[in-house]
Write a protein of this length. Structure first.
Length: 530
């Protein structure tokens, strides 16, 4: 049998490495093309805003209304972030460490609200309580909507906690709370930060909930400027304010994570964990998830079903079917485009960090910070100059891909990083070409994670409202637009069938996304705290 270090195999390996360097040059070109696409909205906003004079921009930015809107948006983000961080970590830690009855059902209850858009939450609560309106209701709705982001991110971090450090802390007599704050929390801060980032960006970019609840945020102001006065230059200036706030949020998260990585201790290979049987902990966690489930799952489903059953207007089944097919098809196309665009960037980011890769990562994050209304505003102008894509489902799907590209890139990067470089080199020494290596080595390892990222993009795209309202072709209706058109004029009964179908369709990928949390059940546990 020929040795892997024989001259022929060494030649194959050297040839593989030479081709790999050539492929990196091509990869760099593809990455630049994708980054250019991602930055189209930024270029558009800067170009539009520059058409206003400095004095006009100054007057717009320093008027009292702008200060009020920025303050409202900032306070809304702050409160939602604080609430989701506290309850998200509480629920995730409880699910991971506390021995709970009906564990599988509790996981589903905690994650299922991810399938419900904020505007559906809002419409169901307004239908239940007609006086439901204002700033605090907006905080409540966005808290219900975004809490699963922190729960899932924290659970992912808890699965990587070094159990040996917990054992050492226990040997020194630390109680459960001391162990959590001194041992566990420092190890999961980066994951919590990632969940909080998603919460903050979602809250900052939300349009449906705040619009229905009559709260003037930056997104509502931008949409009103675009629709009412058609002053797109002023809308561009306000959009840049929103971009600046989002960028500050992204940079703050990036610095926090880099500080966390610098302070990260060297972990052992231990994965041993423990479960807590203390009744007070069990009651607290179970009650918290139960109450959240009532507000975020039971109430919306009850309102939707009751409105659907008591609806005096006959359901337009053809319209319902058409909207369902449109929603599914355009969201799927958007997810596929995001998958294609994320491939070169994920490949770059999965390798050794460079200045170019760090620049690319920041560009993608800034692009992710752009809300649907800003993407829609930019692509309306961009598409109008290219007649064959203007007012097409492709342009709408492309908008979805730009909006949620960061989600696809994150899963692509993590999945490709799991493929050992040595495995690819060994395959090359066995005579496999790059396509055989991709098929037989890379794909089996990376495909599951990439598929989950694509599923997340698909789920999020189905719920997107502002970009859909601005970019949909004439006569093209999705479930989101049908819900919005009925709920905006308080025809809640007519919106119910569309909301129910959206919930049912979105629940399937949400359930798929929650399946990895089965790993949170420890393989080896120690019963403590009775």
């Amino acid at each position: 049998m020929q040795s892997l270090k024989s001259p022929s195999n060494t030649s194959l390996l050297n040839l593989y490495r030479v081709k790999n360097q050539t492929n990196k040059s091509l990869l760099g070109i593809l990455v630049l093309l994708v980054v250019g696409l991602v930055l189209i909205p930024i270029f558009y906003l800067v170009t539009r805003a520059s058409q206003k004079s400095f004095t006009q921009i100054q007057e717009l930015l320093f008027r009292q209304k702008t200060f009020e809107v920025v303050a409202t948006t900032s306070l809304l983000v702050l409160l939602v972030v604080l609430l989701t961080a506290f309850f998200g970590v509480l629920i995730a830690a409880g699910l991971h460490f506390v021995n709970l009855p009906y564990f599988d059902a509790l996981i589903i209850v905690a994650v299922l609200p991810l399938a419900i858009p904020s505007y559906v939450f809002t419409y169901t609560w307004i239908a239940l309580v007609p006086e439901f309106s204002g700033f605090l209701p907006a905080v409540f709705i966005l808290f219900l909507t975004t809490l699963p982001y922190v729960i899932l991110a924290t659970l992912a971090g808890l699965r990587r906690v070094d159990g040996s450090q917990i054992e050492v802390a226990r040997s020194f007599g630390l109680n459960h709370l001391q162990i959590f704050f001194k041992v566990i929390l420092p190890q999961i801060r980066g994951h919590i930060s990632g969940g909080v980032l998603l919460v903050g960006l979602y809250t900052m970019s939300d349009f449906g909930a705040v619009s229905l609840l009559n709260v003037d945020t930056l997104t509502v102001t931008i949409q009103n400027m675009y629709r009412a006065s058609y002053d797109r230059n002023a809308a561009a200036v306000m959009s840049l304010v929103l971009v600046a706030l989002s960028a500050l949020f992204v940079v703050g998260d990036e610095r926090f994570k880099s500080k966390t990585l610098r302070n990260k201790s060297i972990k052992t290979t231990s994965v041993k964990t423990y479960s807590i049987n203390k009744p007070s902990y069990q009651v607290t966690v179970f009650s918290t998830i139960f109450v959240y489930g009532v507000f975020a799952v039971l109430v919306p489903v009850y309102v939707l079903l009751s409105r659907f059953i008591t609806n005096p207007v006959a359901v337009d089944w053809s319209s319902l079917l058409s909207a369902s097919i449109s929603t599914f098809s355009v969201a799927l196309l958007g997810a596929v485009i995001a998958l294609i665009l994320s491939a070169p960037i994920g490949t770059l980011l999965s390798e050794k960090p460079t200045y170019f890769s760090r620049f690319t990562n920041r560009a993608i994050l800034i692009g992710h910070a752009l809300p649907g209304v800003v993407i829609g505003l930019a692509l309306v102008s961009f598409g109008s100059k290219i007649s064959f894509i203007y007012q097409t489902t492709f342009l709408l799907a492309f908008a979805y891909a730009l909006l949620f590209l960061a989600k696809s890139v994150a899963s692509m990067t993590a999945s490709l990083a799991r493929v050992p470089e040595g495995a690819k080199e060994v395959a090359a020494t066995l005579g496999m070409n790059k396509w055989a290596v991709l098929k037989n080595v890379v794909t089996p390892i990376a495909a599951p994670g990439i598929a989950l990222g694509t599923t997340l993009v698909f789920l999020t795209a189905m719920k997107e409202l502002p970009a859909t309202l601005m970019l949909r072709p004439t006569g093209f209706e999705t479930l989101a637009t049908q819900i919005w058109s009925s709920a905006a004029i308080s025809r809640f009964n007519e919106a119910a069938p569309y909301a129910l179908i959206l919930l049912i369709i979105a629940a399937i990928p949400t359930f798929i996304l929650s399946r990895p949390d089965k790993a949170d059940k420890p393989l080896s546990t120690q019963e403590i705290g009775k």
